[in-house]
Design a protein. Structure first.
Length: 135
């Protein structure tokens, strides 16, 4: 499915050929929302192992804070998308872009991309913050 920009969602999210994408707490129908994946890319529910990309769907601040210590490692070797319900979605949530960013930054992550997933969900992509190199 193409997003608002007309760019296919897998491309916006950084899903590449042969990528393993972990889906954590994903809503029903996410495969249809993502649409056609690049050749060889696969979706795996849960956290069996760190893949190339993790899409973590959270619905509340408490859920985000509780799971962050476990999920922060997924921002190291793989990309971590933290995805929350938009205010306009009608889904009850106390999350906003600023709250998600603040909690991510406090956990040693840095966000570098934002994307609408669909009319219900928005996401920020995080990676681990690089430490300053010694001279």
């Amino acid at each position: 499915m193409a997003g608002y920009s007309g760019t296919p969602l897998p491309k916006k999210l950084g899903i590449k050929e042969n990528a393993v994408v972990a889906l954590v707490n994903a809503p029903k129908g996410i495969q249809e929302t993502l649409g056609k994946l690049p050749e060889g890319a696969v979706l795996r529910p849960g956290l069996q192992s760190i893949g190339d990309l993790t899409l973590w769907f959270v619905r509340s601040r408490a859920e985000l804070e509780k799971g962050m210590s476990k999920m922060v490692d997924f921002g190291d070797s793989a990309g971590l998308w933290i995805i929350w319900p938009k205010k306009s979605s009608g889904v009850e949530s106390d999350l906003t872009q600023n709250i998600v960013r603040k909690i991510g930054l406090a956990s040693g992550l840095v966000d570098f991309k934002i994307s609408a997933i669909d009319k219900t969900w928005s996401g920020l992509r995080f990676t681990k913050r690089k430490t300053a190199q010694k001279a």
